[in-house]
Design a protein around this ligand. Sequence first.
Ligand SMILES: NC(=O)c1ccc[n+]([C@@H]2O[C@H](COP(=O)([O-])OP(=O)(O)OC[C@H]3O[C@@H](n4cnc5c(N)ncnc54)[C@H](OP(=O)(O)O)[C@@H]3O)[C@@H](O)[C@H]2O)c1
Length: 290
Amino acid sequence: MRIAVTGREGQVAQSLAERAGTAHEVVLVGRPALDLANAATVLPALAEARPDLIVSAAAYTAVDQAEDEPDLANAVNGSGAGAVAAAAARLGVPVVHLSTDYVFDGAKDGDYVETDPTGPIGAYGASKLAGELAVAAATPHHAILRTAWVYSPFGKNFVRTMLRVAETREELTVVADQHGNPTSALDIADAILHAAPQLVSGRSDVFGVFHLAGTGTTSWAGFARRIFATSAAAGGPSARVRDIVTADYPTRARRPANSRLSSAKFSQTFGWTAPAWQDSTDIVVRRLIG
Ligand SMILES: NC(=O)c1ccc[n+]([C@@H]2O[C@H](COP(=O)([O-])OP(=O)(O)OC[C@H]3O[C@@H](n4cnc5c(N)ncnc54)[C@H](OP(=O)(O)O)[C@@H]3O)[C@@H](O)[C@H]2O)c1
């Protein structure tokens, strides 16, 4: 199977390229040939890849910066995502589109399921919700995968930041009142590659919105403690973690307090369940301290 993936250096794009091995051919399609801010570039760039399946993994992901440039975030994550799905429809192939827990306001008590009402509290979440709607309008053959708290051996992410900061600091303060599912992009890649043949087979129940996140939940502080415990045991950098609350760590964009996602629908539909978040974290930490 040939799988065209938008984005070149992104965490999910790089993870798909690595995990596909020789089983599938992954073609990374990114700037300048495909620029989501310039919708006219999308169809020609994807057509050239001659895909059986398109994975829409590129996005404007700078959550705080999006508050200052919502038009660009909307162009990339809204219209750009819609253009990718429209290209999939033109090429007659299904599209897997990555979305986010930030489409929710975080006020729910419990795990979010796919049918819960959306209500983004920031510009990034609003732009990603616009993308979901644009994708669904462009083709019925879509699987929108909402994921969360993504980290990997590639690119910028929380695990990398923690390990870097621990090289020079003995104690770190980390937010303990936001809860979610840390999710390895390597697991996202495995899940997509597992689902790919089912999506291409055209079975109708494989399309729609799905949550896809690591198994189990924690806080950012709990996530940091796991990172440092694993790193210390392997001889890497570690630091003490002191809990703080969101109000003590102001950011440009508000974040949902509850980002917990139930991935039960994905598991039941595709027969794939993510490993426990702790196990996946350990794999990436050990690779990063290498
Ligand atoms: N990171 C998270 O915690 C998180 C959480 C929930 C959902 N998600 C979603 O999961 C998906 C994958 O995230 P990720 O962590 O892999 O993202 P990432 O590492 O930040 O990578 C973003 C990718 O998008 C590409 N991109 C940005 N602007 C573009 C444009 N105008 N045209 C074409 N490509 C553009 C980048 O291109 P270059 O390769 O040129 O840099 C990069 O490949 C995204 O849809 C994101 O919204 C992420």
